[in-house]
Design a protein around this ligand. Sequence first.
Ligand code: ADP
Ligand code: MG
Length: 301
Amino acid sequence: MKIAILSRNRKLYSTQSLAKAIEARGHELRIIDYLKCHMNIASHRPSIFLGEEELGGFDAVIPRIGASHTFFGTAVVRQFEMMGVYPVNESVAISRSRDKLRSMQLLSRKGVGLPVTTFAHDPKASQDMIRLCGGAPVVIKLLEGTQGVGVVLAETGKAAESVIEAFRGLNANILVQEFIKEAGGADIRCFVVGDKVVAAMKRQGKEGEFRSNLHRGGSADIIKITPEERSTATRAAKVMGLNVAGVDLLRSNHGPVIMEVNSSPGLEGIEAATGKNVAGTIVEFIEKNARAGRTKTRGKG
Ligand code: ADP
Ligand code: MG
């Protein structure tokens, strides 16, 4: 097969790991910096170019779209879809996953376990939101934050109100969430491929930190997850429409709750913590599922 990785940086661990797996399994590989592509949105014959070269003949693309380039990156993925190329994750699913509120709404509609989560436009609603979350402490987060930036723990009602007011004053969209104290600064990353959790790790925030993000100094370890956690993770990926997803869960008193569902989950942490060849599993999934034109939306979304 001819498989393209859409990635800005071929030196990244995740890109390298996927590249090795693609070649090890005997496929032709191309790494494409999607920001360097241009598209011709022509009737009947959509096309993509890299400089003067027209890109074609791919059986599948693996989108690795950075959070800060969702708009252009998903447009490139959509263009591939219109050309009938099989994307491991579809453009609509990637866009969905980038908006925390939209993701939570979709997951709640399907009854997937979530922390109590509230959202408002008017800062006057802040007291009500805090009350709905069961009172302080609460977690306040920017809708489009990543790597733990823009996630704040407010210990008191007064602190929560000031943080909400400050964010709203900057016109930032935020959600206010019940603080899952019993998670103890840890979360579980379930790496889903197809309808299976193929690897899972526990990430623990450093001393005194409630955020477990590895980018914030957290550490990762292999963990055995429960059947309930396994099914929560696979259901969450399915609801989001993602074939490959990093589903983050917290262990709460009321069972596993979803933190977020990531559409370009990193491979370095999970492969190091579990010793598993996750990239290889992704390529196997492509071999089984990639067929020309086999996308649900075909760029319609
Ligand atoms: P980001 O997209 O920036 O990673 P997350 O929503 O995943 O934002 O939050 C970052 C981390 O903060 C989580 O992995 C978790 O460890 C911690 N955290 C976030 N929300 C809560 C919460 N409601 N209760 C307890 N811990 C939380
Ligand atoms: Mg996170």
